[in-house]
Write a protein that binds this ligand. Structure first.
Ligand code: 1GP
Length: 248
């Protein structure tokens, strides 16, 4: 399956893509598979797998293997470093944290991981990864020079740089568990310059209304992670959010 085409077709025909993020460190592989199964039933379009800490090696492989046994929607690696590459995924967000102060997160981990992506034949989806305030764990780990919430023009500058470098997707990340995602003003300003390039928004989206505001502002794809860890009914929670963003 061509995952990028699959996502872009959903974006074109159904309005918005919903992605569920599963951190392999947060539960057992079997539990991750149950969550993925429920998320797919709730209408999520793909499962992103990754996390900042303890999310690699056998645990990452097993999590992907179990998820793929249980669901037919695609899996996409969301790696924090070169250790976040696994042979058991359909695709990888091949991303550069453009606003990091640390070259390891801009090009070095990418270079160390690239030969594995090549060897495993995983589809690569190029992405400019931008971390805005508050940034959370990923902001700390990635040594991001956090983009201030009230400075859409800085997010616009980085997004344009990513686009001109040839990246197809841009991800505005507030950090997992953030109080709120990127502001509608920032999303709108970034989407305006991105044009047909896809804009992903994540970090701090917990309810349908917040998701809808992001979509109305211009987000093409919405990521939710924490919400599936906190709810007792994953399918119902995802369904609420998905029904709020499809055909918005
Ligand atoms: C984190 O943007 C994702 O990388 C998801 O954030 O856990 O807040 O949904 P949440």
């Amino acid at each position: 399956m061509q995952v990028e085409k699959y996502l872009n077709d959903i974006s074109k025909n159904q309005g918005t893509v919903h992605l569920t993020l599963i951190d392999p460190a947060s539960q057992s592989p079997d539990e991750a598979a149950e969550i993925a199964f429920a998320a797919a039933n709730g209408g999520s379009d793909a499962i992103m797998v990754g996390g900042s800490i303890e999310a690699g090696g056998a645990l990452l492989d097993q999590t992907l293997i179990k998820i793929r046994e249980k669901t037919s929607i695609p899996t996409i690696l969301f790696p924090a470093n070169a250790g976040g590459v696994s042979a058991y995924s359909d695709a990888i967000f091949f991303m550069s944290l453009l606003n990091s102060r640390d070259i390891n997160y801009i090009t070095t981990n990418q270079a160390m991981g690239a030969p594995l992506v090549y060897k495993f034949g995983i589809e690569s989806i190029s992405m400019a990864y931008l971390i805005i305030e508050p940034g959370g764990t990923v902001g700390w780990v990635g040594d991001a020079k956090l983009i201030p919430k009230n400075k859409p023009e800085i997010a616009v500058s980085y997004s344009l740089a990513g686009k001109y470098l040839g990246m197809h997707y841009t991800y505005l990340e507030a950090g997992s568990g953030a109080d709120e995602p990127a502001s509608p003003e920032m999303i709108k300003a970034v989407k305006k310059v991105l044009g047909d390039n896809k804009l992903i928004v994540g970090g701090g989206i917990r309810d349908p209304e917040t998701a809808r505001v992001c979509v109305k502002a211009g987000a093409d794809m919405i990521v939710t992670g924490t919400v599936v860890e906190e709810t007792s009914d994953v399918a119902a929670k995802i369904e609420e959010i998905v029904s709020a963003i499809k055909n918005e």
